[in-house]
Design a binder for this molecule. Structure first.
Ligand code: NAP
Length: 442
């Protein structure tokens, strides 16, 4: 920040990867700016904390990059401030020269099939929030108390959920999974986990490192029907071939391994070309009826043939969307994103990350995405005229909002790290009040 140059005031809503990469791109520009990164939780890092699987700790090392951004004098973290609850979208627009929406896509996409209201039906948001100890997450201990689980979807989120359901306590030891969730999974009598994709193995969006983990589990074996694994990647678009070849190699190994005969007691069945058409049961899920698909030009076409899988837990992991809030940013319902044109929402308002392009890519994808949008902000030469941080502080003080700073987060972090033991890196707080208490200086 420069004292002699007027600085553009910028609010970034959402302290996840997309928000941090936007802040980083802004502070690298010669134009002076003052950035407030606002998050509804008292803690930063968005999906790195709340979405990345708790047993993928190395992925979480990226927060060191975000910490460096927070140490820049031009950047403030303001946690525990929710858009729509503590400050409205219109207020933010009136307070800051530029508003950047980095809201992610937090609503699960819906299957809309009969039986979705039965006990034992869970969506990916609920499941991931539970094992990642996100404040407000429902306790799913009773739901996972099942002999068999169906996880619908063939993305990495479906694999994360299936893998965690299949892990032993020792395998979760080095993770920061919510201890209650770990205990519930340990106590569950699960012997069969079905991961079901509507298209074929070559259309699955999961990636090979995540797929290969199913071959390395202590008490669970992957089961793949050799008949569904193609011989080659013929027909796969050229740009996707390298990735799909890796998946194919792993799936062939799994199919050859005869998982059904494996002595490990838990089986993870990878089932392809089937769409759920009905979740069965009276009060609790007892099974799922599927319709088989055939693949035509890469698309799933229903064949009319059905089959059932007995299961007491049903998890849908079929992607996410941004949802509309009254008075909030405009939503493109068909795409499930904030309405935008190359990141521009309306004069002075921009969107980055999943809220801009939908829930695709890896964490690093958000870096280029943010750079593109920041280049547009600079090109647009938005006028410097609004109060920014001082204006927000006054408004939040008037509302007696309890907020958290970066220093507060560091105290929360310290308390969580101190609660970790053995190989467990941390025990996360699950209640906002406990976070706020831990944030207080001694
Ligand atoms: P995703 O990769 O888009 O997968 C969604 C899955 O749901 C696809 O298999 C899709 O099938 C299926 N699906 C969608 N609508 C369906 C329907 N009506 N019926 C049946 N299946 C349906 O999304 P995701 O798994 O939620 O992951 C989101 C993003 O986070 C991805 O970019 C992912 O790579 C990333 N992520 C990465 C990691 C990691 O790197 N370890 C971990 C977690 C998430 P179709 O393909 O047929 O549409």
């Amino acid at each position: 920040m420069s004292d002699d140059k007027p600085a553009r005031t910028i609010a970034i809503v959402g302290a996840g990867p997309a928000g941090f990469y936007a802040a980083d791109a802004l502070v690298r520009k010669p134009e002076a700016c003052r950035i407030d990164i606002i998050d509804r939780l008292p803690t930063p890092y968005g999906l790195v904390r709340a979405g990345v699987a708790p047993d993928h700790q190395s992925t979480k090392n990226v927060v060191r990059v975000y910490d460096r951004i927070l140490k820049n004098d031009a950047v403030r973290l303001i946690g525990n401030v929710a858009l729509g609850r503590d400050v409205t979208y219109d207020e933010l627009k009136s307070l800051y020269d530029v508003v950047i929406l980095a809201l992610g896509a937090q609503s699960p996409r819906q299957l809309s099939i009969p039986g979705e209201s039965l006990f034992g039906v869970v969506d990916c948001t609920g499941f991931v929030n539970w094992y990642n100890a996100v404040p407000g997450a429902l306790d799913l201990a009773k739901e996972v108390n099942a002999n068999a689980a169906v996880v619908v979807g063939n993305g990495n989120v479906a694999l994360d959920i299936a893998r965690l359901l299949a892990k032993t306590p020792a395998e979760m030891d080095q993770s920061d999974i919510d201890p209650g969730a770990a205990q519930a999974i340990t106590d569950a009598p699960l012997t069969d986990i079905y991961v079901v994709g509507r298209r074929g193995p070559m259309q699955a969006s999961f990636t090979s490192p995540e797929l290969s983990e199913f071959g390395e589990l202590a008490e669970a074996a992957p089961v793949v029907d050799a008949a569904v694994v193609p011989e080659t990647t013929e027909g796969v678009p050229d740009d996707q071939k390298p990735k799909k070849e890796k998946n194919l190699r792993i799936l062939k190994e799994f199919a050859a391994g005869d998982g059904a005969a494996d002595p490990r007691p838990v089986k993870v069945h990878l089932v392809f070309c089937a769409s759920p058409v009905e979740i069965l049961g009276d009060e609790r899920v007892t099974g799922v009826r599927f319709e088989r698909n055939r693949i035509e030009d890469g698309r799933a076409v229903p064949t009319g043939e059905t089959f059932e899988i007995d299961a007491q837990l049903f998890v849908s992991a079929i992607g996410y969307r941004s949802s509309s809030e009254e008075g909030g940013p405009p939503i493109d319902d068909a795409r499930g994103t904030v309405k935008n044109e190359n990141g521009r929402v309306e004069p002075g308002v921009y969107v980055v990350g999943w809220a801009r392009r939908g829930p695709t890519g890896v964490i690093g994808t958000n870096r280029n995405d943010a750079r593109e949008v920041v280049d547009q902000i600079i090109d647009d030469k938005v006028a410097i005229s609004k109060p920014g941080p001082e204006g927000l502080d006054a408004l939040l003080a008037e509302r007696a909002a309890v907020t958290t700073s970066y220093e507060d987060w560091q105290r929360i972090d310290e308390a969580e790290l101190a609660a970790g033991s053995g190989g467990r890196p941390r025990v996360k707080f699950t209640r906002i009040d406990d976070m706020i208490e831990a944030a207080k200086p001694d």
